[in-house]
Write a protein that binds this ligand. Structure first.
Ligand SMILES: [Zn+2]
Ligand SMILES: [Zn+2]
Length: 223
């Protein structure tokens, strides 16, 4: 067993043989991969993986509706992977808004301010296009209406509504573009936090340079 002075805890870099649990490729310390790829030990069991394989797996799992829930969980020990990435507040707000919108679309029970805004906007739009010209004309009188608003009275309110609609759609497009760009940047900046083997039974793993007192096959003590 490990002596009390042995505070040393091995990490993924101390393994003689690393086996990626995703692509099943092996990396031996005496015959390293060329070019080398980063390895990670992301959870509380003995599974290790290429960081790139794990990130790819997480990315695809997050895009699948059935795997999404477990995308960040180790399939063996169930521990949650910790990701580090460039995830600004704007991106989190846009993600939350997206989720809110899709939930509101799916669940009839969630009415909330989103649909209220939409129906209010729709009402304004209908009023502006269908009845706007008539109402304004009734209110102001035809002469005043012509004088104040336009020389083509039947055209003006709907043209105005179309312009507003177009600028709303443009703003939506811009937000969508910003959202995709931030999402792409977040994906590219992702790193998986690698943990030491503290508290993990590594008796089945061979270490490159186990310190005196911790022979290969011993269990690492808690951190
Ligand atoms: Zn791999
Ligand atoms: Zn695990």
């Amino acid at each position: 067993m490990a002596q009390p002075q042995t505070e040393w805890v091995p990490t993924v870099d101390d393994l003689k043989v690393k086996l990626c649990y995703i692509c099943r490729e092996e990396d031996r310390f005496d015959n390293p991969e060329d070019p080398p790829r980063a390895w990670t030990h992301p959870c509380a069991c003995t599974l290790v993986a290429h960081e790139s394989c794990l990130l790819q797996w997480i990315k695809s799992a997050q895009q699948s509706s059935s795997l999404n829930k477990n995308a960040l969980k180790c399939p063996q020990c169930g521990v949650r992977y910790e990701l580090e990435s460039d995830n600004p507040l704007v991106l989190r707000a846009l993600n939350a808004l997206n989720t809110l919108l899709s939930n509101a679309g799916q669940a009839a029970t969630i009415v909330g301010c989103v649909s209220l805004t939409v129906s209010f906007g729709f009402t304004i739009y209908v009023v502006a296009t269908s009845y706007g010209a008539f109402a304004v004309k009734e209110f102001l009188g035809e002469e005043m209406y012509n004088l104040l608003l336009t020389d083509d009275p039947s055209n003006f309110p709907s043209a105005f509504a179309h312009a507003r609609r177009a600028s709303f759609l443009k703003a939506k497009d811009c937000l969508g573009l910003l959202h995709s760009w931030l999402k792409k940047r977040e994906l590219e900046s992702r790193r998986v936090k690698s943990r030491s083997f503290a508290g993990v039974d590594i008796s089945g793993l061979e270490l490159i340079n186990p310190p005196p007192g911790l022979t290969s096959g011993a269990q690492a003590g808690p951190a």
